[in-house]
Design a protein around this ligand. Structure first.
Ligand code: C5J
Length: 238
């Protein structure tokens, strides 16, 4: 490992141990990001999420070029909604609920066009895609087994939204012993204030949940890793 395989981060430097790093891309799905989709139908400004696409595409490219595994997640439910608790399905009074018909198919239902990842960040063959019914990527998924089988200890966490699925996943990962760095320009929220505070919460108190740095700091450290060090025994998507 060279000196550059350490990310200058808040609240302290974040080393990238060769062979132990994965890039996690959370819920970059059409339902959340496409103009005219579910997210926008709830009154949200999707451009706040879409500004993550370009830096995240660059980060994913850097990870792929170094053999660092890229793990994608999708929030969504089975067509019969048997994995969607009533407390999630019925809360609030949104104009459209999970499972209702939307502009891109049934909202947040596995197999629908809107549930899948946006074209710009589509997984490539061999990359793991974790389908999750909750906000956190560890709850009711195979993520723990995937990471353990590959010897991953360190997560670069990206995606949407900062204060919901990114935060929940970082908290779950932190409790499971993973070191998490949240890449600030590669996570996004419909609420700028929640985004800002969400990032601050991760790194506060000496890094209570993890570390924060932008992609301009992460990419040089990633590309300083020895190429191809990461074990390739990740379980691909079902
Ligand atoms: C939300 C997510 N916000 N991926 N999902 O409902 O953060």
């Amino acid at each position: 490992m060279t000196e550059r395989a350490t990310v200058p981060a808040t609240p302290s430097e974040f080393p990238l141990p060769p062979g132990q790093v994965a890039l996690v891309v959370i819920d970059m799905q059409r339902d959340f990001l496409l103009p005219g989709g579910f997210g926008e139908s709830l009154g949200n400004d999707v451009s706040l999420l879409r500004q993550t696409i370009e830096p995240l595409a660059g980060l994913i490219a850097a990870a792929r070029s170094m053999g660092v595994p890229v793990i994608h997640t999708r929030e969504g439910h089975l067509p019969d909604l048997s994995d969607c608790p009533p407390a999630k399905l019925n809360r609030g009074e949104p104009s459209a609920r999970i499972g209702d018909p939307g502009a891109f198919g049934r909202i947040l239902i596995r197999g629908e066009y809107g549930h899948d990842i946006i074209d710009e960040l589509a997984p490539i063959p061999g990359e793991v895609v974790i389908d999750k019914p909750g906000k956190g990527a560890f709850y009711a998924t195979e993520l723990s087994e995937v990471l353990e089988s590959a010897g991953i200890t360190t997560l670069l966490v990206t995606g949407v939204t900062t204060e919901v699925c990114v935060h929940t996943t970082v908290r779950e990962a932190n409790d499971r012993g993973y070191r998490c760095l949240v890449v600030s320009d590669c996570v996004g929220s419909y609420f700028p204030e929640f985004h800002r505070v969400g990032l601050e919460m991760v790194a506060a108190q000496g890094g209570i949940f993890g570390w924060v740095a932008d992609s301009a700091a992460v990419v040089p450290a990633l590309t300083a890793l020895p190429a191809g060090q990461t074990p390739l025994n990740l379980t691909p998507a079902k």
